[in-house]
Write a protein that binds this ligand. Sequence first.
Ligand SMILES: Cc1cc2nc3c(=O)[nH]c(=O)nc-3n(C[C@H](O)[C@H](O)[C@H](O)COP(=O)(O)OP(=O)(O)OC[C@H]3O[C@@H](n4cnc5c(N)ncnc54)[C@H](O)[C@@H]3O)c2cc1C
Length: 321
Amino acid sequence: MVIDKQLPGASSVAAAGVMNPVTGRRMVKSWRFDELSKFAEQTYREIENLLGGAFWYPKNILRALPTVLEENEWMRRSAFPENKGYFRENTDLGKYTGKVYPTHGWGEITGSARVGMPGLVQLFRRFLIGKKCFFEEVFDFEKISFEDGKVKYGALLFDKIVFCEGARLVSNPYFMYLPLVPTKGELLLVKIPGASFKKMLKNHLYIVPLEDGTYWVGATNHFEFKDAAPSFSDKSYLKNKLGRILKIPFEVIAHKAAIRPTVSDKRPLLGQHPKHGNLFVFNGLGTKGASMGPLFAEQMSAFLLGEKELDKEVDIGRFGH
Ligand SMILES: Cc1cc2nc3c(=O)[nH]c(=O)nc-3n(C[C@H](O)[C@H](O)[C@H](O)COP(=O)(O)OP(=O)(O)OC[C@H]3O[C@@H](n4cnc5c(N)ncnc54)[C@H](O)[C@@H]3O)c2cc1C
């Protein structure tokens, strides 16, 4: 049974769903990317078949290299054996040619993808509603009690409850001790007439082509914020930045904000409550839910069924209670 209410700040319905093998200024290969990406593709393909939708879009990323230093780093990293297959040799700006302002150079990342996370969440909800195992309501912690080795939620009796509540973990009385550091991000959905971009582009912001012909543009990143609402200041920041990337006009059609469930050590939070053995957590996907979700969900379900231990790196046992 799934209890979920799309509360302000819910992250998956706002995310671009980019899976980028090479991130950051230092262009370091993303943690366990080969394994995560292979498993993610297989899982999203299976979910596409199950739900009858399309969510998996392999897409290259054009990455701006604004200085000689970054270009040199790009060349150096492209020769690393572990990066084989992720740095395209001859960058092709494709449909972006003539439509973006020049920068020192560009690199092209391959083996990247976009996952249509908002659509996936929507279809999965519908699937669960069809199976009569979905409640659209706010989970009330006051309704939890423990009885004969089971956990009760109101009048309903369960063996296990798994909390997958994103950044709202900080309000969960059982797991709020974990070091989740929510970060707020804002994005724009835009129309770019005459663009027909196929690849994703990263130049400070991501420009991500969506299946309906519009573009996801973002995101900002704030550690300090008052609420989950979109802000005027981030909207103008994003518009200004985009105006300095694109030479051609664009039109903002939506502006959204959400909260990422980030963790101090940038690893997911999976495991069992140290005192209440019926309570579990699956969280901490941070900025990488699209790639980390599938493999760790599989690991979590094997753990719940008593088939496998959790990887030490993601087990909440690494933090004291
Ligand atoms: C602007 C932005 C861009 C991003 N881009 C990317 C990207 O390109 N690639 C990538 O991999 N990741 C990206 N992310 C991160 C990604 O969104 C997260 O890693 C992932 O979605 C987290 O999923 P989750 O299920 O843990 O949390 P969520 O998606 O937030 O889901 C938690 C759900 O639990 C519900 N909930 C919480 N408490 C309760 C309660 N008490 N009762 C009922 N329901 C409750 C929430 O309302 C929500 O529906 C981005 C995030 C943001 C904000």
